[in-house]
Write a protein that binds this ligand. Structure first.
Ligand code: GUN
Ligand code: FE
Length: 422
């Protein structure tokens, strides 16, 4: 057992922050045993790490990011989704056939996730088994939690990224066998890229793999209008884009995350709610690829689970703190267009990024008894000029702070050191 003392801020629900000035978190074998405003007598004598006036908050969770697009972060924003994939993204992902290249880039990616305080990540890799395994190893060596997907695709992509259904099954089975423990920090996630790049046979095979091994699923859904029109042509028997996944066992049969859902409404939205499919909200990507504004207020009202994704390199900022800010800002523009849609509050955005997103990892994303101790210690002394309240200090860090202010990082109780890039 170990005890940490600091100013604690977290969101038990979406309505408000719980703020405990000079509070105590007791951690036992990676799990939070209790959170206290004053140290209970029975815990006196247990070692305490005192972080003084610093803030201690849950660590960030990125529920949608493409690790092999890290080289393209912040460039090539001049196209919409489908030509963007063909011109910039697929050529870059093809390079990951080379594991030496993959190692160089993936090390920087994992190091930078560490920097921005993201301790749990749901990542797309590429079709390549060996470089996908490498990414899993790097997360494992770092001690950071991740669901990592070997991407599956067998049509409408360059030959260098195209696999057969048999290859996809074999390579997934190999990785699944190596990462079989259900409570491991790093686990596989079944990852058909999106309907346009997967034949019905491949989608079917992915659904069977997910069910057979009880593994989560991730993909993309209703991001861009040209993409959606194309899916209607490719899948005429499906009611809508989401139904195309459902028909193959990829829409909530096991825990499922769908990125974007910008144009999701009506029956597709109800199907997400009924199957508890999580939306990975990626506002920066939706701006950069001119995809649109996802109806997050409606998702929350209807009870569809939501998390935040950086979606590098459609998105340009790896920090989930900054993605929170964009999520609030886009909701304010939606509110300007329709006053029946109240904009997101800061506690809502924080809750979405932590406790709501964390359900994909078990009990993760809050400072409550029974949760994994995933936390960041923030030294905002340089930002805290005027005796702000603890809530204003956190808000200012979220809007103006960066990795220089994150002084300690914990994942499942372990303090996580900077992962080496070489
Ligand atoms: N849809 C299919 N692949 C991708 C991708 O790599 N990024 C985004 N934003 N959308 C996609
Ligand atoms: Fe994506």
């Amino acid at each position: 057992m170990h005890i940490y003392k600091a100013n604690l801020l977290f969101t038990k629900d979406s309505t408000s922050f719980t703020v405990i000035p000079d509070g105590y978190v007791a951690v036992d074998s990676g799990t939070i045993a209790g959170v206290y405003p004053r140290l209970p007598d029975e815990l006196s004598g247990i070692p305490v790490t005192d972080y003084g006036n610093k803030l201690l908050i849950p660590a960030m969770i990125d529920v949608h990011v493409h690790a092999p697009q890290y080289r393209n972060i912040g460039i090539a924003m001049d196209l919409e989704l489908l030509p963007w994939l063909n011109n910039y993204t697929f050529p870059e992902e093809s390079k990951y056939a080379d594991t030496a290249y993959a190692e160089r880039m993936y090390r920087r990616f994992v190091r930078d996730l560490w920097r921005v305080g993201t301790m749990r990540t749901i990542a797309f890799a590429t079709v390549h088994k060996d470089s996908t395994r490498l990414l899993m190893r790097l997360f494992e060596q770092a001690g950071m939690g991740a669901l990592v997907g070997k991407v599956d695709m067998d049509r409408n992509c360059p030959v260098s990224l195209r696999e057969t259904v048999a290859d996809a099954i074999r390579d997934n089975e190999a990785l699944i066998a190596e990462y079989a423990a259900p409570d491991a920090l790093v686990r596989p996630i079944i990852t058909p890229r999106f309907v346009p790049s997967c034949t019905p046979e491949l989608l079917q095979a992915c659904g069977e793999l997910a069910r057979k091994h009880n593994l989560p699923v991730q993909s993309h859904l209703s991001e861009n209008r040209n993409e959606i029109a194309w899916v209607h042509e490719l899948e005429p028997a499906s009611l809508h884009y989401g139904d195309a996944y459902r028909r193959y066992g990829l829409f909530g049969a096991t825990p499922t995350v769908m990125a974007h859902c910008v144009w999701t409404a009506g029956d597709e939205l109800r199907m997400m709610r009924d199957n508890q499919v999580m939306v990975a909200h990626c506002p920066t990507s939706n701006f950069n690829l001119a995809s649109g504004m996802a109806p997050i207020r409606t998702f929350l009202n209807e009870g569809v689970p939501v998390g935040l994704g950086s979606d590098i390199s459609g998105g340009h900022d790896l920090s989930i703190f900054k993605v929170m800010v964009y999520a609030i800002q886009v909701s304010k523009m939606q509110y300007c267009q329709n006053h029946h849609l109240p904009f997101l509050t800061l506690p809502e955005a924080f809750w979405i990024a932590t406790k709501s997103a964390g359900r994909l990892f078990g009990k993760v994303g809050s400072l409550e008894a029974g949760y994994d101790f995933d936390a960041l210690v923030i030294d905002d002394s340089e930002l805290n000029h005027d005796n702000y309240s603890l809530l204003h200090r956190l808000e200012r860090f979220i809007y103006l702070g960066d990795d220089r202010h994150i002084v300690h990082r914990f994942c499942r109780g372990e303090q996580i050191a900077e992962p080496p890039i070489a």
